[in-house]
Design a protein around this ligand. Structure first.
Ligand SMILES: NC(=O)c1ccc[n+]([C@@H]2O[C@H](COP(=O)([O-])OP(=O)(O)OC[C@H]3O[C@@H](n4cnc5c(N)ncnc54)[C@H](O)[C@@H]3O)[C@@H](O)[C@H]2O)c1
Ligand SMILES: O=c1ccn([C@@H]2O[C@H](COP(=O)(O)OP(=O)(O)O[C@H]3O[C@H](CO)[C@@H](O)[C@H](O)[C@H]3O)[C@@H](O)[C@H]2O)c(=O)[nH]1
Length: 463
């Protein structure tokens, strides 16, 4: 079966970049990315490409090549569904904030809405691809909705989780470690799997395209994120031990990472992992385990989150205790707000929680981040609901220039590992801050020797 027309529902961090690369590599397939958010679609259609909704290195060039050739962005969801042979569901699946499973389970209302809309509109057979991260066995629920339309239309459901990381989305999409496709083990299921394999095979070697049953594919996505986050929490747990024993966590990471069985990646100690996925997906895994009565399994994975919360809290506590047990009325500069470098995404960023903890102590925070907007930062804080929007704006200021952000500061905290922070004139910054001059490096980014020689009191995670 040769796919000619693809629709992707959801023009977010996954839908946008993924479909852009798919379109670039398959110029003979028409790909339409739809979203209910008109502003987002307008941004994707921004004529001079300066206002794309997502910042990812390399994305602009690919959108420029494929857009209006075989890649289209619009809001007419029903028309795009009707025309497509293959429909990707790439909508958000946040943690539930209400009802059963509140704070743990994935909220599948957007996915269900998509399934119902497909069921309503479809007049010809379709392959529906789960691109969103979903709890194991969600394909069954989607299938139930689709198979009960009475229209006679046949659907095949595939699971094709996305493993891209933000900031490196385009490179991850162009050169993935693997592509995972789960499908039914029937002849129709195999035909659907083959159709999707052919699309990826236009640029990815076939041996990297892994096909499994649907449930293994759905579960593998949650497990991959749980394992990755577990490594970060493991090294962060060790960072605290390093701080009290005189060991250095970078040296420990290097020493253990050279063991080929452990490997060197994802062993960078930090102020805590953030991002839209790790916490949400582990909570989801924990919830699924609990649902099946597997309490030891649930407790085991929950510990990854507990350690991460501890790491954020103790970073804030350390600032307070070092600044003579009070930060009330003191200016604390945050360098970085994004959850990692090279992205403007701030979801679950450690910076939000560290700021909130310090604002509870009446600190006056000034934030500089090269890519995150002022509006976004206030939205993140307001979302916590800890204090009124007016108080948030009173206690936290956002500036567009790093030296201005540091001027007359009592302490500088590095929350994101942006490369440009390393290049700053730290002597100039030292001259402009209140003494003693403190730096709290949540990313172990700066050179401790150089920074201390300038005169800073320098505290880094894990040493
Ligand atoms: N962000 C990542 O790096 C990443 C990586 C891998 C997997 N994932 C998973 O991919 C999924 C999407 O994540 P994201 O970060 O792209 O989310 P996102 O919030 O950036 O984008 C989702 C988009 O879907 C749209 N949407 C929701 N319901 C809709 C509907 N009924 N019709 C049309 N549009 C609708 C929203 O308006 C939004 O623009 C999630 O399940 C996530 O866990 C995310
Ligand atoms: O050694 C490390 C590696 C990462 N982090 C932090 O962990 C978080 C997540 O980083 P990363 O995994 O690089 O970014 P994400 O974009 O969240 O990507 C993860 O989540 C995606 C969504 O599911 C998956 O597709 C990716 O494979 C998975 O890496 C960030 O706050 C990082 O700063 C560390 O603190 N130390």
């Amino acid at each position: 079966m040769k796919i000619k027309n693809i629709c992707c529902i959801g023009a977010g961090y996954v839908g946008g970049p993924t479909m852009s690369v798919l379109a670039q590599k398959n110029p003979d397939i028409k790909i339409t990315v739809v979203d209910i958010n008109q502003d987002r679609i307008n941004s994707w259609n921004d004529e001079n490409l300066n206002d794309l909704p997502i910042y990812e290195p390399g994305l602009k060039e690919i959108v420029n090549e494929a857009r209006d050739r075989n890649l289209f962005f619009h809001t007419d969801v029903e028309k795009a569904i009707d025309e497509a042979d293959m429909i990707f569901i790439s909508v958000n699946t946040p943690t539930k904030t209400y009802g059963k499973g509140k704070g743990m389970a994935a909220d599948l209302k957007y996915v269900e809405l998509c399934a119902r809309q497909i069921a309503k509109v479809a007049k010809s057979d379709k392959i529906v691809v789960e691109k969103s991260t979903l709890p194991v066995r969600t394909a069954q629920a989607i299938k139930n909705i689709l198979d009960n339309t009475g229209s006679g239309v046949k659907f095949q459901i595939l699971s094709n989780p996305e493993f891209l990381a933000e900031g490196t989305a385009i490179q991850d999409l162009l050169h993935p470690d693997r592509v995972l496709i789960g499908g039914e083990e029937s002849p129709e299921g195999k035909e659907a799997i083959d159709a999707l394999v052919e699309i990826y095979a236009t640029w990815i070697p076939k041996e990297k395209i892994l096909t499994t049953n649907v449930w293994s594919s759905e579960l593998s996505k949650l497990v991959a994120n749980a394992f990755l986050a577990q490594r970060v929490s493991s090294i962060n747990a060790i960072s605290e031990l390093c701080e009290v024993t005189g060991a250095d966590v970078n040296e420990v990471s290097r020493a253990i990472g050279m063991d080929s069985r452990i490997g060197p990646k994802f062993l960078k100690s930090s102020v805590g992992f953030g991002g839209s996925c790790f916490q949400k997906d582990i909570l989801n895994l924990v919830y699924i385990a609990k649902t099946y009565g597997l309490h030891e399994v649930a407790d085991y994975w929950e510990q990854v989150i507990i350690m991460n919360d501890h790491q954020k809290r103790r970073f804030a506590d350390n600032i307070v205790s070092t600044l003579y047990n009070t930060v009330s009325g003191k200016k604390i500069t945050f360098l970085g707000w994004a959850f990692k470098k090279d992205t403007n995404d701030t979801r679950e960023s450690a910076a939000i929680y560290v700021a909130d903890a310090l604002m509870n102590e009446q600190a006056e925070i000034t934030v500089y981040d090269p890519k995150v907007s002022e509006e976004r930062i206030y939205e993140d804080l307001d979302y916590l609901g800890t204090r009124s929007p007016e108080e948030n704006r009173k206690l936290l200021k956002v500036v567009k220039e790093p030296y201005e952000a540091c001027n007359e500061s009592h302490a500088i905290a590095i929350l994101t590992e942006w490369d440009e922070f390393k290049e700053y004139d730290w002597q100039k910054i030292y001259d402009s801050v209140i003494k003693p001059a403190f730096i709290f490096d949540g990313r172990k980014l700066l050179n401790p020797k150089e920074i201390k020689e300038i005169g800073f009191e320098y505290y880094a995670i894990g040493s």
